[in-house]
Design a protein around this ligand. Sequence first.
Ligand SMILES: C[S@@+](CC[C@H](N)C(=O)[O-])C[C@H]1O[C@@H](n2cnc3c(N)ncnc32)[C@H](O)[C@@H]1O
Length: 242
Amino acid sequence: MSKVETPESYYRRTLTLSSNDVTRDDRPKTFTLYDREWDLLDEVFAPIYRPSTNVSLDFLDLLEPGRFKWDSMLEMGSGTGLICVTAALAGCGRVVGADINPHAVENTRLNAARHDVGDRVRAVHSDLFAGLGEDERFDVIFWNSNFIWAPEDHEFESPHEHAFLDPGYEAHRRFLEEAPHWTTESGSVLLFFSSTKGDLPGLQRLAVETGRHLNVVRRETIQDGTDMPESEYLLIEVTEAR
Ligand SMILES: C[S@@+](CC[C@H](N)C(=O)[O-])C[C@H]1O[C@@H](n2cnc3c(N)ncnc32)[C@H](O)[C@@H]1O
């Protein structure tokens, strides 16, 4: 947030941004990113309007061939499925994309089929880990999260708002608590977060409360060009505090 912006004012502004992303006249039904074409359903987070999908691909080493290193991945909040599908195309043998937004689940299925990786990408309608089989474990769990703070009593007016807003950081608290239980023994939990748009001190307090350690493993500052001049994005590894 800029110096003059408070969490409350940024929350209000994000409601408008979210609504504009869904209702703008030029919102396409398909888009091209990195020479691949993708379906974009109504009410689903659009990677073409916000930089975080792109930076996520970079942080996961999915922009250069041969660098993605995990055999199984859970993508929390899969949206269009672009990251899931790109991971599968990079050789990841088992990918699960979970999303609380049913349109995103359908969108992930469509893009997996479009790119012929439907046998390796499973889309699940799920509030965090609730929809997974209890024995499922992953080499990496990744979430480009809804890191914008919202008041605890915020009522979602559209499925799309879940892409941005987490009332009282309740979903982040549960993610920190639960995610380490869903990895393989040497697996990693990676949270994509913004220190300029999200409440990093608030996330750190939650980590202490849930017995988790946060370690920033990648960071990138970019000229956002959308809603603030510069944004810092972080890839945070979440581990159990010793
Ligand atoms: C910033 S969007 C990222 C979408 C996609 N991964 C991308 O990078 O283009 C965050 C996603 O998390 C999903 N989400 C938010 N809360 C969730 C929850 N409690 N359980 C599962 N998914 C959730 C949203 O619906 C949204 O699709």
